[in-house]
Design a protein around this ligand. Structure first.
Ligand code: ADP
Ligand code: F6P
Length: 464
């Protein structure tokens, strides 16, 4: 790459993934997850360079232009895919940062790989950035990059945003490499978290594990560098989603889908990556019991659950996939709809237009993670559902619950509480549902992805 950019995003994934289709040909498709959904419109608007992995191990790809910005692919070997991505990122950090809802594994060779891959990303970012550029590093896979990049390029402004929760000191401290990760993050000028609790966990960690001076949200890292920690709740391109949901193609697709589901009176919807943090086991059990107890009538109500395949070779994810298959099969064999199952379960990824069609027809959206940084699906539903009489059932443990206060909030560990909230959402008078949905819509229309990027980058720019 010869040209450099004044704005650079660095993320484990590029916005597009290189995939091999059934005919053996390679193609590009939108990458999974909330990070890409959120950052793609930001890059389309601002331009610059996106440094990231292209999703295919052992393949070296040249950079190219995409939607008005440059793509800078960073290669990973199969071994790094196993050790850095599946291992340290998704079997050590992911469960550790999500309240240890699964047991984190600690392996020294995974750590070595994490460090080596972080260095490669830092070098790629240093090469892509123009003199004095702003570089915005993303998420838990790249926590060492801020410090490495500062060493390589002290002229840069470096921001870091964590898309997942930042755990309390007591949990973080289990990590054998806690010192290195903390120092890695402190290399940034500004570290952003989804919620204020993340920023205060981070500052408490600095206070507990180092003797650095902290003034309010600012850490004096050394003689000439400070690091500020603040919360910036991420959002979506609300208008973009709303326009998509109103397009004639999506309206037609929504009606076809409703037909396919047997024109039920009521549709409950769940949409997730197939991840154990999303509370799928609890959600399906709660809804299954409501069917079994006759509180939901399978001849009138369908629960549509779609789950994108994710991190499929990681043990906990394999177990989850089997559990969900079994659970759905068992419930459907016990309670039958008319010519269709009570739970329609689809283990697949869909284009954004199909997601919008699903959100359009869902009377009750069920988002019940055990822990989630934000959960953009909840915001997407609010943006896409056309009338104001939908209902959102939302876990208290999703970052989104701090903003979407008019949702039907639930504790996903409390099955009876969840069942009661689901029934309330499904049966509340239309006027109550409308009042709640209006408030939710106002929130997602006010605090959009543009505001998020402006707030973060404005603060980063203002730091000397
Ligand atoms: P996470 O980042 O943990 O995956 P989020 O809820 O923040 O969780 O974001 C998930 C993103 O992935 C959303 O933009 C959502 O539309 C998308 N998504 C989730 N499930 C599917 C699916 N089955 N097909 C296509 N996109 C999906
Ligand atoms: O938003 C959290 C996140 O882990 C992103 O960092 C990631 O890109 C996305 O979810 C999907 O996960 P993966 O990249 O492992 O498929």
């Amino acid at each position: 790459m010869t040209e450099t950019a004044s704005f650079v995003v660095v993320a484990n994934r590029l916005p597009v993934d290189r995939v091999t289709n059934e005919g053996g040909q390679t193609d590009w498709r939108t990458s999974p997850g909330g990070l890409v959904t959120a950052l793609e419109p930001v890059m389309r608007q601002r331009g610059g360079a996106w440094v990231g992995w292209h999703g295919a191990p052992d393949e070296i790809i040249d950079g190219f232009e995409h939607d008005g910005y440059s793509i800078v692919p960073v290669p990973l070997s199969s071994e790094e895919y196993e050790e850095y991505y599946e291992g340290f990122s998704n079997a050590t950090l992911w469960p550790l940062y999500h309240d240890t809802v699964a047991f984190p594994e600690f392996h020294r060779e995974w750590w070595d790989s994490y460090r080596a891959v972080n260095r490669r990303f830092a070098v790629a970012a240093a090469e892509a950035a123009a003199e004095g550029a702003t570089v915005w590093v993303q998420d838990y896979q790249l926590q060492l990059v801020p410090q490495m990049l500062r060493e390589l390029r002290p002229d840069l402004k470096i921001g870091f945003f964590l898309h997942i929760p930042f755990p309390p000191v007591e949990i973080f401290s289990q990590l054998p490499w806690r010192r290195e990760i903390l120092e890695g993050l402190l290399g940034a000028d500004l570290v952003g978290f989804q919620v204020p609790g993340g920023a205060s966990n981070f500052l408490r960690l600095v206070r507990t594990r180092t003797n650095r001076k902290i003034e309010r949200d600012t850490v004096r890292v050394d003689g000439n560098h400070t690091c500020v920690a603040r919360a910036y709740p991420i959002s979506i391109d609300t208008q973009g989603f709303a326009d998509l949901a109103e397009s004639p193609e999506v309206i037609a697709e929504a009606e076809a889908l409703r037909e396919e589901l047997g024109n039920p009176k009521q549709i409950l919807l769940g949409v997730d990556r197939l991840d154990y943090t999303k509370g799928l086991r609890q959600r399906i059990r709660a809804i299954g019991e409501l069917f079994q107890e006759g509180k939901l009538d399978p001849s009138e109500t369908v629960f549509l659950q779609v789950a994108t395949p994710s991190r499929e070779r990681v043990e906990e994810y394999k177990r989850l996939r089997d559990d969900i298959d079994l659970l759905v099969g068992r419930i459907n064999s016990e309670v039958g709809g008319v010519g269709r199952p009570a739970i329609v379960y689809r283990h697949a990824g869909y284009p954004r237009s199909t997601m919008a069609a699903m959100y359009r027809i869902a009377d009750v959206m069920v988002v019940t993670p055990l822990r989630d940084g934000m959960n953009l699906v909840a915001k997407e539903y609010v943006a896409c559902h056309p009338s104001t009489n939908g209902a959102l059932v939302l876990s208290e443990f999703a970052g989104a619950a701090l903003e979407l206060k008019q949702a039907y909030l639930v504790n996903p560990y409390d099955l009876n509480g969840m069942k009661a909230a689901l029934m309330q959402a499904a049966t509340d008078p239309v006027r109550t549902r409308q009042r709640r949905m209006r408030a939710l819509k106002k929130q997602v229309e006010t605090y959009t992805i543009d505001r998020w990027a402006e707030d973060f980058l404005g603060d980063l720019d203002a730091l000397s």
